[in-house]
Design a protein around this ligand. Structure first.
Ligand code: CLF
Ligand code: SF4
Length: 431
């Protein structure tokens, strides 16, 4: 096998990199990226992370993101592409780990790439699952991958990582750090050897890994990494490192200068959100919240059964279907014939999902939530975990994921129910 290293990058990847705002300092004023938050789960626990917030390895803590299905991500991408002409990169940066939710990450990229082959695709990961998915990453045509490597020393790693969860087993202390490191190094070497431009993020944590970072830089260079991005620690509120001192930019820059002799240094990282949009220094994610999208009225469905449909909706303020099933503290119950609906009731429930990574977990609260809507034909929600979906289906309740106005959502749900009924009459299974 011919190895492709940073010195002999194929010309088409060089061209793409010139338009990548993170990989090229010149590009960051001219080209925009969109992060699509389709990967909520994570398989490790960093001590500077609190899962209520985005992944700190690639994004700023303290801001939660909307979470999208691959389908909604595709819709969002098209919307943003129409508005931002300089959009050149689609990145998956959590809010958890892009590979912990590889199926969603992959589906999102496949979908968008099929219609936009010139777009550059990018992902960021803690690296634990890299050896498992690196071949698929290469096959998918992803040429830019970021891996966060904070240490080469398992004793230091034991201070940074609370646990690592791999193939159903939890690892702790040095054993966890050793496993993570082994996977990171193998994955980086493989990707670099396949011509992928690997960026290494390193979180500088004073008193933990700061003096050791030059060794990390040398090692990843040896493995074929393209660039390193030494970032200041910004601990998430509620994390184990919450009260650790924040590293100053002076200290970061001194370290970058020291490491520059080994490998090029990224100096313009904005530690952006997992749903960031636009130029690096000019986040426009607020303009592009899915639930602010102006949409046309959905087509009227055929009239439903005489006694009508009962549909439970999860919504933050009652206007939009903008809440995750597990985050709902009440269901708004609508009843109608499919063409007209009336709000008939509000049912309170206990929220069962404490953080994005726990969605779909077992729990008494979730069962109570499911029982609360057992008499409805459908639940209309922004997103729902597979387990809850299955449990609802056992009770005859359809889970319909949607993100738009409640009015359009009810029409959409009625259409789905009508089609489902027609399909059942024909003996066809829908979905
Ligand atoms: Fe996003 Fe990361 Fe790709 Fe860039 S961000 S997945 S490489 S497209 Fe960029 Fe943002 Fe810094 Fe990341 S400024 S946090 S380095
Ligand atoms: Fe949090 Fe990211 Fe670390 Fe996972 S990899 S624990 S999401 S900082």
């Amino acid at each position: 096998m011919t190895c492709i290293g940073p010195g002999n990058v194929p010309p088409e990847i060089v061209e793409k990199t010139k338009k990548h705002p993170c990989y090229s300092a010149e590009a960051h004023h001219k080209y925009a990226r969109i992060h699509l938050p389709v990967a909520p789960r994570c398989n490790i626990q960093c001590n500077y992370c609190n899962r209520k917030f985005d992944c700190v390895n690639e994004s700023r803590p303290g801001v939660t993101s909307e979470i999208l299905t691959p389908e909604l991500a595709g819709i969002k991408f098209e919307w943003v592409k129409e508005q931002i002409g300089e959009l050149s990169v689609v990145g998956i940066a959590g809010p958890g780990d892009a590979l912990a939710d590889w199926q969603y990450t992959k589906e999102t990229i496949q979908k968008i790439k099929a219609a936009n082959p010139d777009m550059t695709f990018c992902l960021s990961t803690n690296g634990l699952l890299l050896p498992d998915y690196a071949a698929e990453i290469v096959a998918l045509g992803i040429h830019h991958v970021t891996v966060t490597v904070n240490t080469l020393d398992p004793a230091i790693g034991a201070k940074i990582y609370q646990y690592v969860s791999y193939k159903g087993k939890y690892y702790y202390a040095k054993e966890a750090a050793e496993l993570l490191l082994q996977k990171q190094l193998a994955g980086i070497a493989y990707l670099a050897g396949q011509g992928v431009l690997v960026k290494i993020n390193i979180v500088m944590i004073k008193g933990i890994n700061d003096t050791h970072i030059p060794e990390v830089v040398k090692k990843v260079k040896e493995l074929g990494a393209f660039i390193t991005n030494i970032m200041p620690l910004i601990s998430a509120p509620g994390s184990a490192f919450e009260h650790f001192p924040q590293t100053s930019m002076k200290e970061i820059n001194e370290l970058r200068n020291r490491c520059q002799i080994d490998i090029q240094q990224m100096r313009h990282c904005k530690q952006c959100r997992a749903d960031a949009i636009g130029l690096l220094g000019e986040d426009r994610s607020n303009e592009f919240r899915m639930c602010n999208r102006q949409t046309e009225a959905a087509p009227l469905p055929a009239a439903g059964p005489k006694k009508g449909y009962k549909i439970a909706v999860t919504s933050k303020y009652g206007k939009l279907v903008d809440q995750h099933f597990g985050h709902a503290t009440e269901f708004i119950i609508y009843q109608g014939n499919g063409q007209e609906f009336t709000l008939v009731e509000r049912r309170s429930v206990a929220k069962f999902c404490a953080g994005v990574e726990e969605c779909g977990d077992e729990g008494e609260k979730r069962d109570n939530t499911i029982n609360a809507i057992h008499d409805c034909q459908a639940v209309l929600t922004m997103r729902i975990g597979q387990h809850a979906k299955t449990k609802l289906a056992e009770q005859g309740v359809h889970s319909i994921e949607y993100c738009d106005t409640v009015e359009n959502g009810l029409r959409h749900a009625a259409t789905v129910l009508v089609e489902e009924k027609a399909a059942v009459l024909k003996g066809v299974k829908v979905g």
